[in-house]
Design a protein around this ligand. Structure first.
Ligand code: 5AD
Ligand code: FES
Length: 350
């Protein structure tokens, strides 16, 4: 069935009124750009009702690029021998946060490859010293799949948020993006483990990843409805030269923006970042993301000398900028887009 503009407008109104759309209607909205400006306007209204013009800033610390996994899309997969590997020490992580705190960050996101050098004991040490030193800050982890007991230990040590993208809710699609030793089933189990442990949970997908269909995206939205995440991070897939997906097309700006808007309408409470990947495929990508419903930015706090070694995809922006420059540049973008930067831990508003 083909949809004309008035039918697309009706679907947008359905979502705007917080009613559910059918799979077929969601698919139509995903596939048709004809009503994008109405869609973005509706998403922006929804965002303003819940969050006003506030944009939350999270300091991202990419503390290790070692990874035991071999995801076909990712530049720091274990088979990529062209990446010099690094690990920051707990002291380096702490001084990165000290600097971030002085710059006004009140959320620190510790992100890394799945690096088992960072045992539960080491992680808990890092988390509890950060928690003790910055009691007014939220500690967010993004360490991949770990046993439920580990998630519980980090929570007890003071971590309160965890980012783990589902990547795709379809097990069949998942197996085309990952080697056999990884499973979509375990990914989803981890997300529910995190939720049950009490974390504010973030999930997300890559837009335009190889073999992705609109049906996959509808399934992703349905999975998110079951999970009810607090954060949803999406960005375009961007091919990396040293991966099996080197020759694949990148995801598009248009579809990423459309999905940000759909997510905002379906999940009005969600914290949705305008991601670095979005800023990489278009110099104005993040501003446009904010106007389409995103309300978070995550400038890089990692020391400049490690940044070039943490490239999940080609041409990543901000590789040589320091934390201060990234933050002020993003603040300018936020202001230019008509929003305001907020200094606070910025919890979800359910
Ligand atoms: N392009 C875009 N995003 C990527 N990620 C990993 N590799 C790529 C890529 N080539 C995303 C994944 C992961 C997050 C940390 O980065 O979705 O969950
Ligand atoms: Fe890093 Fe603009 S966000 S320089």
């Amino acid at each position: 069935m083909s949809y004309d503009r008035s039918q697309l407008r009706e679907i947008i109104n359905t979502l705007r009124k917080r009613s559910d759309a059918s799979d077929e209607q969601l698919k139509a909205l995903i596939e048709n750009g004809g009503c994008d400006s109405e869609l973005f306007a509706a998403a922006d209204e929804t965002r303003r009702e819940r969050y006003g013009t506030d944009v939350y800033v999270r300091g991202l610390i990419e503390f290790t690029n070692y990874c035991r996994n071999d995801c076909f899309y990712c530049g720091i997969r274990r088979s990529n021998k062209n990446v010099p590997r690094y690990r920051m020490t707990p002291d380096e992580i702490m001084s990165c946060c000290e600097k971030g705190y002085r710059l006004g960050f009140r959320t620190f996101v510790l992100q890394g490859g799945e690096d088992m050098f960072f045992t539960d004991e080491i992680m808990c040490g890092i988390i509890s010293s950060l928690h003790g030193r910055f009691p007014d800050c939220a500690i967010t982890l993004s360490l991949g799949e770990r046993p439920r007991e580990s998630y519980e230990r980090y929570f007890r040590a003071g971590a309160r948020r965890y980012l783990l993208r589902q990547e795709t809710a379809s097990d069949e699609h998942y197996s085309r993006l990952h080697p056999d030793e990884m499973s979509g089933e375990n990914r989803k189990k981890c997300l529910f483990d995190l939720k049950e442990t009490g974390y504010q949970v973030g999930t997300g997908i890559m837009v335009g990843s190889p073999y992705q269909t609109s049906e996959n995206i509808v399934a992703d939205l349905r999975f998110m409805q079951r999970l009810s995440p607090d954060m949803i991070g999406i960005g375009p897939f961007i091919s990396h030269r040293d991966t099996p997906f080197a020759g694949f097309e990148n995801g598009t700006l248009e579809l990423t923006l459309r999905l940000i808007a759909i997510l905002r309408l379906m999940f009005p409470h969600a914290l949705i970042p305008a991601t670095t990947a979005l800023g990489t495929i278009d110099p104005n990508g993040r501003e446009m993301g904010l106007k389409a419903g995103a309300n978070v930015v995550m400038p890089n706090l990692s020391p400049a000398d490690v940044r070039e070694k943490y490239q999940l995809y080609d041409n990543k922006i901000c590789l040589s900028d320091d934390a201060e420059k990234c933050k002020s540049c993003l603040e300018d973008k936020i202001k230019a887009a008509g929003y305001r930067t907020v200094v606070s831990a910025g919890d979800v508003k359910r």
